[in-house]
Ligand binder design. Structure first.
Ligand code: PEP
Ligand code: MG
Length: 881
């Protein structure tokens, strides 16, 4: 079989645009060759050849073998050496190179072409017998391991054995005779393990090595790596065959890696390490400690100077930080690879901003270089990457950042200890509204139940508190005040650390890196603000959170969940009185107490927002959430019955009856949201009065306010009509009494499929829509947002039944289709309709790109995500163009 298709490229024929078939290494070797940089000549066999090799049942087709031979002749001419020559042999390296970098995952063979004869030629030509046999023993080991699949440790042990016998501490202490002996013992391993003599034919060595490197695409670690990084298993690897240069030819030779900038801080200085008199695998094996690159300036000053020059050329050419592999052979520098360097969040941000200042890239490019997660990371404490950790359990990464503190098992305890100045992590089954004081007091929260949009997760994200949710491996024993996980028992007061970015739970207090919104980051975000179309608002319901939102660049509050104001410990009893009241007078008394409290909350928020719009959502959750827990109450009543305490019993029985009355089988679909507002109008009226009394107070002081009232959970236009009328009546009366005028808006959450389907009707009545995609995802999928993640959703995602967790990334095909349609239908009938999103998706980069596509006006997310949203919105805009 022959082929017209080109499967082999010399480095002169290769270039960056051929990366999809030549892999990163092959393409970069070609690109560097065309830049006239010192690259040892060679060829690259394409990823398509790799796929062909797999199609043929892991056999190289004859025409490919012939092709390799042809290119080899060219290489012999270029180097003036012959492959397998007895006097001055051409030696080769055979290395893998995937399209997406998979560092260290696949195999490499160096020093190929050596045999019993050519090793002597190499010795003569280099006048260095020791060097020649050092290469030979390395080659036999690598060939044995990569091609013949013999465990590398077998060779390592033989080496150690010999070193012991001759009393050598270091490999470099071995003499020529020692190395010759080692070669013979290594050949013995080959014979014993593979049942063959070590192949002496260089062409056979080459072809089998190419095959083995192709096959290494499917070794176990490569497969695991691809799974972890979502890399397609069908891509295949390219193989580069390159003339060997030797770093092990004495103290004017060596090998190393250099980054054009510091990959951990982003500082514009060379960063890297090298080893003199060594080959690549010595650095990896860690036999000797490599030296920092700056010291190369002392040991080989001319080479260092050349390296500086080359790194500048490469960075300018690629316009990005490069990670470069080099070898020095007898004072001559050679480049073996360059690729875009991996970097930390901090470095990514600094490098992007610096490169704009240096005129290397423009602002848009800089914005695309930074990942939204980079911003997220630097806004929160992070586990120090050098810290030792002992992970005992893993839950959902519900709110990013790391937190450490003493384990406590109740919100009250968390609050008490925090008041004493202790740092605590609150561990509980799930948080309820009543635990909010504990969440506030704790460094972080760990729950064993609940998903990414559970109360704990939403509240923690809103506060920027690290949170791990749904961590079922953690078994709490409340009685003993301890939990067990991963075979360990953690008592109350023991230190633990959680990582809300990964979901990990660790023993002890792990070292951390503190958050830091650097100048470069601020600069990038300002560029993002200039570019983006989407507005960015924040979900906040306290004064401090609102200030934080403003500081992080939010342009208003897109969702103030007023129920959070009902949850403060001193208010819950009043709220309970309201809910359980049996006469109008009782209810009015409770409402009269709540109104000034809410009013002062709104005043604080308006003040913090300095005239920016504030969307206040009227009460949403089912009322029973504010009542005592039903099973607990039943237990209490049972105990009182046994004890015979009649008076107390009657009181609790009455409470139990009312709580039972209020309880629902399906509270998420039950008596909540605007349904409450319609059935108990007094609550919404009180809330509206509180909002506008606060607004009037600021107006009187000459401050600006822009209140917006939002009705939750509307499914039928009539619900909205009724409530809008009620709300406006209350507001207009207040304004008239005060003799003031104030523009305000009344809009609605769109969070039920029927609301989306009838958006045109609703839009005629509303000033704005805000998509509540938490509930909309729940009701479109029919997945309970509280339970799905701990029961089946992860299995669904792992098994690829669904593409992603729809509570994290907006489901574009289903939920997104509803959003897009509703936004379009709404805007078609109401030119002034403002359309935003305030579900958790409003702070997630991929979902934000969908929002841009659907033509929304703004996104609203937790204050700590506002910077992420600003960047993601700018990226979405740039990419949409
Ligand atoms: C939503 O449903 O997306 C929303 C923002 O409201 P909540 O999470 O408070 O139900
Ligand atoms: Mg909702």
């Amino acid at each position: 079989m022959t082929s017209d298709k080109k499967y082999i490229y010399s480095f002169e024929e290769a270039s960056l645009d051929l990366k999809p078939i030549l892999g990163g290494k092959g393409a970069s070797l070609g690109e560097m060759t065309s830049l006239d940089l010192p690259v040892p000549p060679g060829m690259t066999i394409t990823t398509e050849a790799c796929n062909l090799y797999f199609e043929k049942g892991e056999e190289l087709p004859d025409f490919l073998e012939a092709g390799i031979e042809e290119y080899l002749k060219e290489l012999e001419e270029k180097t003036d050496k012959n492959f397998g020559d007895d006097n001055d042999p051409l030696l080769l390296s055979v290395r893998s190179g995937a399209i997406i970098s998979m560092p260290g995952m696949m195999d490499t063979v160096l020093n190929l072409g050596l045999n019993d004869k050519s090793v002597q030629g190499l010795a003569k030509e280099t006048e260095d017998e020791r060097f020649a046999y050092d290469c030979y023993r390395r080659f036999i080991q690598m060939f044995g391991n990569v091609v013949l699949k013999i465990d590398s440790h077998k060779f390592g042990r033989k080496l150690d054995e010999l070193k012991n016998e001759v009393g050598a501490d270091d490999d470099l202490d071995l003499t020529v005779e020692d190395l010759q002996e080692l070669v013979s013992r290594f050949k013995g391993i080959i014979k014993q393990e593979a049942g063959i003599d070590f192949p002496q034919d260089p062409m056979e060595q080459l072809i089998t090595a190419v095959e083995a490197v192709f096959s290494s695409w499917n070794n176990k670690r490569a497969i695991v790596y691809r799974d972890a990084h979502d890399i397609d298993h069908d891509l295949g690897t390219a193989v580069s065959i390159q003339t060997m240069v030797f770093g092990n030819m004495g103290d004017d030779s060596g090998t190393g890696v250099v980054f054009t900038r510091d990959p951990s801080t982003g500082a514009n200085e060379l960063y890297g390490e090298y080893l003199l008199n060594a080959q690549g695998e010595d650095v990896v094996a860690g036999i000797r400690t490599p030296k920092s690159i700056s010291s190369l300036a002392d040991s080989l000053p001319e080479v260092y100077e050349q390296l500086v020059e080359v790194t500048e050329t490469l960075e300018e050419h690629y316009q990005d930080m490069q990670d470069i592999e080099f070898t020095i052979e007898k004072g001559n520098l050679y480049l073996l690879q360059t690729r875009t360097g991996k970097r930390t969040a901090k470095a990514a941000i600094k490098i992007a901003a610096d490169m704009v200042a240096e005129g290397l890239i423009d602002e848009e490019e800089a914005l695309l270089r930074v990942e939204p997660e980079h911003i997220e990371k630097i806004l929160h404490s992070q586990i120090d990457p050098d810290a030792e950790t002992e992970v005992i359990a893993k839950g959902l990464p519900a709110s990013p950042g790391a937190a450490a503190g003493k384990a406590v098992f109740s919100a009250d305890e968390a609050e008490r200890l925090a008041e004493e100045g202790e740092k605590v992590v609150l561990i509980t089954l799930e948080t309820t509204p009543e635990d909010i004081h504990g969440v506030l007091a704790a460094q972080g929260v760990l729950t064993t139940r609940g998903g990414m949009t559970s109360h704990a997760a939403v509240v923690a994200r809103g506060m920027g508190k690290p949170c791990v949710c749904g961590c079922e491996a953690v078994k709490i024993d409340f009685e003993a005040q301890e939990f067990s996980a991963g075979g360990q028992t953690i008592n109350k007061g023991d230190h633990i650390t959680i990582n809300g970015g990964t979901g990990e739970v660790m023993v002890g207090h792990v070292d951390m890196i503190e958050p830091n919104l650097s100048e470069e980051c601020q600069q990038l975000l300002e560029w993002a603000d200039e570019i983006r179309d989407l507005g960015v608002r924040a979900n906040a319901d306290t004064g401090p959170d609102s200030s934080q939102a403003l500081e992080f660049g939010a342009e208003g509050i897109g969702l103030c969940r007023t129920e959070h104001m009902f949850m403060a410990a001193d208010r819950v009893p009043i709220v309970q009185k309201l809910i359980l009241s049996e006469s109008d007078a009782e209810a009015e008394e409770a409402l009269a107490k709540l109104e000034p409290m809410q009013c002062s909350d709104f005043e604080e928020i308006f003040r913090a927002m300095q005239g920016a719009p504030v969307t206040v959502r009227l009460l949403d959750p089912p009322l029973h959430e504010f009542l005592p827990d039903l099973p607990e109450l039943i237990e209490e009543v049972t105990e009182l019955r046994i004890e015979g305490k009649q008076e107390k019993l009657r009181e609790k029985e009455e409470l139990l009856r009312k709580v039972k009355n209020m309880s629902e089988s399906n509270p998420m679909l039950g008596f909540r949201g605007c349904r409450l507002g319609i059935m108990i109008p007094e609550i919404y009226k009180m809330q509206v009065r509180a909002v506008f009394k606060a607004a009037l107070k600021l107006l009187e002081e000459g401050a600006a306010v822009e209140p917006e009232i939002m009705i939750p959970l509307v499914t039928h236009v009539n619900e909205f009509k009724i409530l809008r009328e009620q709300v406006e009546e209350e507001i207009d009366q207040l304004l008239a009494e005060a003799g003031q005028e104030l523009d305000y808006k009344v809009g609605t959450m769109i969070e039920l499929p029927r609301a989306c389907l009838t958006a045109a009707e609703i839009a005629k009545e509303a000033d704005f829509f805000s998509f509540g995609t938490n509930d909309l995802t729940q009701t479109t999928f029919g997945f309970s947002r509280d339970d799905a993640e701990s029961k089946f959703l992860h299995y669904y995602v792992d098994e690829e039944i669904i593409e992603a967790n729809p509570f994290i990334t907006l489901d574009n095909k289903g939920v997104g289709k509803l959003v897009k349609m509703a936004a379009k239908d709404g805007k078609a009938v109401n030119d002034d309709l403002k359309v935003g999103i305030c579900g958790e998706h409003g702070g997630e980069a991929e979902s934000i790109a969908y929002c841009q596509e659907y033509g929304l006006d703004y996104v609203s997310c937790s204050p700590y995500r506002a910077p992420v949203a600003r960047l993601a919105a700018a990226q979405a805009k740039i990419q949409s163009e």
